[in-house]
Design a protein around this ligand. Structure first.
Ligand code: IMP
Length: 432
């Protein structure tokens, strides 16, 4: 039995989806613990394309159980649409294979309107560049203790009461602050009662179910969304998402005890990308950045926005390893670097006269921050055929070795292409 967490070490989009898919093959259960449908990844299995925003991709395997933990924010319409799409593709989702925590908060129609209104009103330079899915306002209500949870769908009266209270407060904001139309109680209530009928059989006590699984000796995989630098506490605040994206939240966001975690896999893209606004020390504004964007197909999975691209940032990698307690690195998209004559790895930051080995505490420091780079030799060969590190050019092996040395963490998974088979699993965290 082993319980494993997967997290992104950068700003999301590190290629977690593929590694989650690979390790799901060895797990019995897969758990989402934070974020919502701001996340997204696409998998191609046997020629069929599947797009996931909320449901763990483990649903593709007949014998796996999937869980959406209390830390996730769920837009019921999006979830039902995802279920319908899977059913249309010949994969009906049933309550035996998917459980939703009754404690997970729901993204309500007003959350999406407030997300849009708030972004529109922020001045240039202060906009977050959210995905517009209502994530921030939903988590905001959770903390304000005004949220409506999936479990509330099971009690019509409570649901209506909570909705009415919320609409009174939210309509004030929507109309006065943002100049939008108010929402009417009945249509929203009716819509959610329809969702309730379909979702009720899936709603349960996820923390209890996971404890049972653990006692039965099952392998559990906790699937993080976004990345460490988007963490609400430890990321580049306020240019972050509204949940804790780091490994600690796998426990809080699902109700699983930390002592039962055996490994934390950090997904590290071989270069860096970011969507949305905010600091990005190693960002490239030159043809190399453009080349990484093009070759890496760097477009946001959820919003289709072009991702900003830059060199690998060792400072960020080290920070992620410390914050998450990462035991193993999975280095992804190594193939995208093929053809770059020279690679650069940021080892420190220069701020004025001082050298920093960690991310600055103060957002303003990013304005005058310069990464200090170590140059490494690039390789010209395409490497997608590699199935063992020995198949890689010596310079690619040296790049990986330098990352391991610098971060003091072994790279036990190497990915050289989007396909399942284009992966080298050098140590399986479930079997040791
Ligand atoms: P929100 O999560 O929609 O509130 O957006 C806040 C910030 O997080 C924005 O910069 C988004 O682009 C970013 N973000 C949210 N989800 C993801 C993701 O899955 N990958 C990369 N960036 C994300």
């Amino acid at each position: 039995m082993a319980n494993v967490i997967i997290v992104g070490t950068q700003w999301g989009d590190e290629g977690k989806g593929k590694i989650v898919d690979l390790l799901t093959g060895y797990a019995d259960s897969v758990v989402r613990f934070q974020g919502g449908n701001n996340a997204g990844h696409t998998l191609v299995v046997e020629g069929k394309q599947y797009i996931f925003h909320l449901i763990p991709s483990g649903i593709l395997y007949e014998d796996k159980q999937c869980f959406i933990g209390n830390g996730v924010v769920v837009d019921p319409a999006v979830l039902l649409q995802e279920m319908k799409k899977l059913a249309d593709q010949g994969l009906p989702v049933n309550p035996r294979r998917l459980m939703l925590s009754s404690r997970a908060h729901m993204i309500m129609p007003y959350h999406k309107l407030l997300d849009a209104g708030s972004e529109a009103q922020l001045a240039t330079g202060r906009k977050i560049g959210t995905t517009g899915r209502g994530i921030g306002p939903c988590y905001g209500d959770k903390i304000l203790r005004r949220g409506i949870r999936l479990g509330d769908l099971l009690d019509r009266e409570t649901f209506r009461e909570r909705l009415q209270e919320n609409l009174e407060a939210k309509n004030f904001l929507l109309t006065r602050q943002y100049g939008m139309d108010p929402l009417q109680l009945d249509p929203v209530y009716d819509e959610f009662m329809q969702h309730a009928e379909q979702l009720a059989p899936f709603i349960g006590n996820v923390a209890l179910a996971l404890d049972r699984q653990r006692r039965e000796g099952k392998h559990i995989l906790f699937e993080g969304a976004q990345g460490t630098q988007l963490d609400i506490d430890h990321g580049t605040y306020p240019f972050v998402t509204s949940s804790n994206t780091i490994a600690g939240n796998a426990c809080t966001g699902s109700g699983f005890g930390p002592a039962h975690i055996d490994a934390v896999i950090g997904i590290l893209k071989a270069y860096t990308t970011r969507v949305g606004e905010g600091p990005f020390p190693t960002e490239l504004f030159d043809p190399t950045g453009e080349a990484l964007q093009q070759k890496g197909g760097e477009f946001g999975a959820t919003t289709g926005r072009k991702r900003r691209c830059g060199w690998l940032d060792g400072v960020i990698a080290k920070e992620a390893i410390r914050l998450n307690g990462i035991t193993d690195l999975a280095i992804t998209k190594l193939d995208v670097l093929s053809g770059q004559p020279e690679l650069q790895l940021a080892t420190d930051y220069q701020v004025g006269d001082s050298t920093l080995e960690t991310m600055p505490e103060n957002l303003k420091d990013y304005q005058q921050l310069q990464p200090v780079y170590e140059k490494l030799a690039g390789w010209s060969e395409e490497i997608r055929h590699a199935r063992h590190p020995d198949d890689l050019p010596a310079k690619a092996r040296a790049y990986i070795k330098r990352i391991e040395e610098f971060t003091e963490t072994p790279a036990t998974i190497l990915s050289v292409g989007p396909g399942r088979e284009e992966t080298m699993l050098l140590r399986n965290p479930f079997t040791g």
